[in-house]
Design a protein around this ligand. Structure first.
Ligand code: PMP
Length: 369
């Protein structure tokens, strides 16, 4: 992509022109007489807990660089997760942590060919961008009809070029979890030199007792790395703090590729304070889980097909009607995320927003199947 007044001669690597563009969720346009609600970025509609807001405003040393290793945060996470602090690598959001993992383990190989990264599709929109930018090739395996990963086909897609596999549980945007049992069987079926990333951005919202807990698996399998974030349950998306958890076989390399100072001291302090007050985080998450289950049940009562929703969002399999539905939502001052000709993802928001969304669905005749 060049523009008319672009200076000549400066060109990005060819892959940059081929990358899909990240279409971040937008706030809704204002509609007279209606409060607007943004349900398009899987954000937490609730503000951070009071102790976190206090900790942020108390921070005075921002003329200094932060601790490059975010030692306080890694120590807090070590206690919280019962893992060695050395197994935790922090990043600017879990996206920062993911980019680091990809840059470390997958890219253009020395033979000039691209390494392969396998992941389910549709899944998190950033995956193809991160993989492409790393120089690796995406191998996208279509989801099953109910929005779950097709793990058998993913395992069968492994070649000698496969370096990383991304698993997303609950899957963004469709919602189902991976079970502990199927995930462990999958890990056992792939070669031990392939890095298996388990992206658990929405882990705190999961209520299905069969769901995988990546932390248990990383203890057993040295090629497993777990991604988690403060953006969703903790409500700190704007501070950009996330982390990976893996054993020394992986972290020895991640230490080399870490972006220095990726986590600011404000973000670090907020995250530590949020962990220290996790009972309050859990309360808020539970209120969102109740809302998620209310919305899911409401849609099913209307006769709509809704895949198992274990994150803070639900998926409407609207196919060719996706853009039309998103436009109708916009008329109600609700922004939702439409993936053209596939479906619409709707984040769980304020009670009033969720009710307005349900009312919109009740008046919409082309229910997803
Ligand atoms: N993984 C998944 C599955 C996500 O949905 C998101 C956010 N939409 C992220 C990672 C990135 O979140 P963050 O960088 O804010 O931690």
């Amino acid at each position: 992509t060049t523009t008319d007044n672009a200076p000549e001669g400066v060109l990005p690597r060819p892959v940059v022109d081929r990358l899909p563009k990240y279409a971040a969720g937008k706030p809704p346009a204002a509609i007279e007489g209606l409060t607007s609600y943004k349900l398009s970025s899987n954000e937490n509609p609730l503000p951070p807990i009071p102790a976190v807001l206090q900790a942020i405003s108390d921070q005075t040393d921002i003329n200094r660089y932060p601790d490059p290793l975010a030692t306080k945060l890694r120590t807090a996470l070590a206690g919280f997760l019962d893992v060695p602090a050395d197994d935790v690598v922090t990043g600017a959001g879990s996206l920062g942590a993911l980019n680091q993992i990809l840059a470390t383990f997958a890219g253009q190989n020395d033979d000039g060919k691209a390494d392969e990264v396998i992941y389910a599709w549709r899944s998190f929109e950033a995956y193809p961008i991160c993989v492409g930018l790393a120089g690796a090739a995406s191998v996208q395996i279509p989801l099953l009809a109910d929005g779950r990963h097709d793990l058998d086909t993913m395992a069968a897609a492994v070649t000698v070029r496969t370096k990383v596999i991304l698993l997303c549980t609950p899957n963004n945007p469709t919602g189902p979890i991976l079970t502990a049992e199927e995930t462990e069987r999958f890990i056992q079926s792939v070669p031990p030199n392939v890095v298996v990333v388990i992206d658990e951005a929405y882990q705190e919202f999961v209520r299905d007792s069969e769901a995988v807990d990546g932390i248990k698996l990383y203890r057993k399998y040295p090629n497993v790395v777990v991604l988690r974030t403060f953006s969703k349950a903790h409500g700190l998306a704007g501070l950009r703090v996330g982390y990976s958890v893996a054993g020394p076989a992986l972290t020895q390399h991640l230490r080399v590729t870490a972006t220095p100072f990726a986590v600011s001291q404000i973000a670090e302090r907020a995250a530590v304070t949020s962990i220290e007050n996790f009972d309050q985080v859990v309360e808020r998450v539970q209120s969102l889980v109740v809302e998620r289950d209310r919305v899911t049940a409401g849609l099913r009562e209307l006769g709509w097909f809704v895949p198992e929703a274990q994150g803070n969002f639900i998926w409407l399999n609207l196919g060719g009607n996706s853009a039309e539905f998103a436009a109708l939502a916009a008329e109600q001052a609700l922004s939702v995320r439409a993936f053209a000709n596939e479906g619409v993802r709707v984040s769980i928001g304020e009670v009033e927003a969720n009710t307005r969304f349900l009312n919109l669905c009740a008046g919409y005749t082309k229910a997803p199947r």
